[in-house]
Ligand binder design. Structure first.
Ligand code: HEC
Ligand code: HEC
Length: 163
């Protein structure tokens, strides 16, 4: 290969690597959270999907799920206790499908998905009164604004804040 061709190969390599890098940044910041895997475990859906949606395990870090599971008999003012077998199955399901990585996956020590720095950052453009709307009542009520929440669909273009 002559020098001019080497130069072309080099330029092309640098160019495509920059493109891949830029695309990586883009998907990381903008697309990564619009869709998370839905909860698929039947025991989890039955035991944890009656009072609120069966939150996708990918919304919370493994240590956070462990804390939730350890305190079920005193669960946000209610008793959500399950038998030992169900607890073991649900715990294993949640932990093996828990959030990973430095954003959603980093544990901030809280007991609520809605109190994580990740959740706050994703919702900083939501006007404060929206959370108090009687059709919302709690940030934990994802489906009030994200109709597809149970399927793990949080696409920004499908968000509807109730009026
Ligand atoms: C008897 C009703 C009930 C059952 C059953 C129940 N929960 Fe809850 N859960 C609640 C209530 C009430 C809240 C607080 C909701 C709010 O603040 O709007 C809550 C909140 C949560 C939150 C925090 C939501 C947030 O704000 O980010 C998580 C996580 C959670 N539950 C997980 C579970 C898991 C896991 C199970 C099954 C083992 C379960 N829940 C079963 C009633 C229940
Ligand atoms: C009051 C309405 C409201 C509620 C309730 C709500 N959200 Fe959102 N959410 C929004 C809005 C609006 C956005 C888009 C924010 C923006 O881009 O300005 C958003 C964005 C998101 C995103 C980011 C999507 C992306 O493409 O990066 C995720 C993930 C998300 N919400 C998850 C949740 C979860 C999980 C819950 C329940 C625990 C929840 N939200 C509850 C209104 C809400």
């Amino acid at each position: 290969m002559n020098n001019a061709n080497k130069r072309k190969v080099f330029d092309f390599t640098v160019w495509s690597m920059s493109l891949l890098f830029a695309f990586g940044l883009l998907t990381d910041s903008a697309l990564a959270d619009s869709k998370v895997p839905a909860a698929t475990n039947k025991t989890y859906q039955a035991e944890c999907g009656s009072c609120h949606i069966a939150y996708s395990p990918a919304l919370f870090a493994a240590p956070a799920w462990r804390r939730v599971m350890a305190g079920l008999t005193k669960h946000f003012g209610t008793d959500a206790g399950v038998d030992a077998r169900a607890a073991a199955e649900i715990g294993a399901f949640l932990e093996s499908n828990a959030a990973e990585g430095r954003k959603r996956g980093s544990d901030s020590g809280v007991l609520r998905i809605t109190e994580t720095p990740w959740f706050t950052r994703k919702h900083r453009e939501v006007p404060a009164p929206a959370w108090k709307n009687p059709k919302v009542l709690s940030p934990a009520n994802c489906t009030a604004c994200h109709a597809g929440a149970e399927r793990g669909d949080f696409d920004e273009h499908a968000v509807r804040i109730p009026r």
